[in-house]
Design a protein around this ligand. Structure first.
Ligand SMILES: O=C(O)CNC(=O)[C@H](CS)NC(=O)CCC(=O)C(=O)O
Length: 284
């Protein structure tokens, strides 16, 4: 159905939801003015807040979420497909979902996706995360159709789980999305390689809008929003500051890459039944 222009909005969300959404709205407008028909924002578009108490003071169930309502009106105004990388929405007395939304050009919610893999990790330098203490993980793999191509959802840490992207590609997705708030230290080591690998191994476009820079809550995120073609080449890349990157997405490139390397059709059932469990060293 032809090519279309896609954009990533890179953000540096702070602790004020209204300031964050103002900034997001202005950059989304800029992307649409630049010709983008699909615009993606990063994980936690409305708020970067790891303190549980502060987070729960600022979030509501989806039906009452004012950021979501405002972004839906914006998509309608601009007549664009708007992919909100994620918002924290309350799903229980002390649990939230890290939930992505695809908003249609008439402002409807075309799809939702709850982040599946929780970032419960201790990094170097005492940087430590327990996402599962606050968020309830999703379990459903999700795809949604744009007029031009099928989109597959993921969020941030999901990027490390290749089987998810294979499932998305096998479900017909030609555009894989990975909005993120990657840490500065793991991003520097892994971000580009993981995203390019997901594109190459599935023959898909990858779009990953990122948070970047030093945030009000003290965190540092990696930035470097990326748009990658199905051959693994980088079409557009941001630096560390907030802004917009754009690239043309031609679905024919998906077919071409999958024709050159038809790995997606060469999957085999492998036997894991008889394998032993984790290796344990017997040395002192
Ligand atoms: O909750 C927020 O404020 C923003 N969300 C995040 O920062 C999320 C969950 S803590 N970060 C990641 O998943 C980083 C993954 C990563 O960096 C890696 O896999 O190396």
């Amino acid at each position: 159905m032809g090519a279309f222009q896609a954009a990533c909005v890179q953000l540096r969300a702070g602790r004020s939801v209204s300031n964050n959404i103002d900034e997001a709205v202005s950059l989304i407008r800029q992307a649409a003015l630049g010709g983008a028909r699909f615009v993606q924002t990063p994980e936690q578009t409305a708020l970067m807040e790891l303190d549980r108490k502060m987070l729960f003071e600022n979030i509501t169930p989806e039906a009452c979420d004012r950021s979501l309502a405002r972004l839906r009106r914006l998509a309608d105004d601009l007549n664009i497909w708007l992919h909100i990388g994620s918002l924290a929405v309350r799903v229980g007395p002390d649990k939230a979902a890290n939930r992505g939304y695809l908003i249609s050009p008439t402002g409807g919610i075309a799809a939702r996706y709850d982040k599946i893999h929780m970032f419960d990790v201790d990094l170097d330098g005492g940087e430590s995360y327990r996402e599962s203490a606050t968020y309830q993980p999703g379990s459903a793999v999700a795809v949604a159709d744009l007029p031009w191509i099928r989109l597959g959802f993921s969020i941030c840490y999901d990027l490390r789980f290749a089987y998810l992207y294979r499932a998305l590609a096998r479900a017909g997705a030609g555009l894989l999305t990975a909005p993120a708030a990657f840490t500065k230290q793991t991003g520097a080591a892994h971000w580009h390689v993981l995203l390019r690998a997901r594109a190459i191994e599935t023959g898909s476009f990858v779009i990953a809008a990122a948070q970047g820079g030093h945030h009000e809550n003290g965190r540092d995120t990696f930035g470097h929003s990326l748009i990658i073609n199905p051959w693994g080449e980088i079409l557009a890349e941001a630096g560390t500051d907030p802004g917009v990157i754009q690239a043309m997405i031609d679905p024919a490139e998906v077919d071409a890459a999958r024709k050159r390397i038809p790995a997606l059709t060469h999957d085999r059932d492998i036997e894991t039944e008889g394998l032993p469990g984790p290796f344990e060293s017997t040395s002192e």
